[in-house]
Design a protein around this ligand. Sequence first.
Ligand code: 3PG
Length: 212
Amino acid sequence: MAQDIAKIETVMCAAPVIPVLVVEDPQKAVPMATALVKGGLPAIEITLRTERALEAIEAVSKNVEGAIVGAGTVLNARQYDAAVAAGSRFIVSPGATKDLLDAADAHSVPLLPGAATASEVMFLLERGYERLKFFPAEQAGGASYLKSLSSPLAAAKFCPTGGVSLDKAPAYLALPNVLCVGGSWIADARAVASEDWAGIEERARAASSLNN
Ligand code: 3PG
């Protein structure tokens, strides 16, 4: 089954940046997401890298008006099912496997799978995926590398993530094959742990004012 492009673009085009979050304490998820939405970043990726990440997703999905909460670092079918059950509206993975794509076929919640090479992009295009995460963006070659994929693999449009910052985002957002970028700089684990909601909102506002 092909990717539902309109559905995943609702997430990718909601703002220029998707904040990528590592949340240890689900009680902090609601004020954190509220600050992000107030700052203009409604699409929020909570990674399944902490024990209570699913509770955090559930709390945001039930309590934060205007948020489009998704799950990141989803590596297999079991995590896909759990993330959907918790209320995720999109699913992000650093790569793609046949099993993960089969899991996506069983759900209406869309997948944004990761790719970093021409062959990985071609594998996903063959499976009907045209909206991808470029990961790890900076380490794999940055904006100039991604630009070089835009002509031979024109159907693929990306959300570069990994090492992206407020300073580095504009070079990606200017590319024809980029719809948005992702990154943890807006609300890193320390900002969330120390409840720096004002700082998170301020960084969200700066990120949401980038041109895309
Ligand atoms: C990740 O999955 O960790 C994201 O790519 C975020 O990367 P960053 O912390 O370098 O922004």
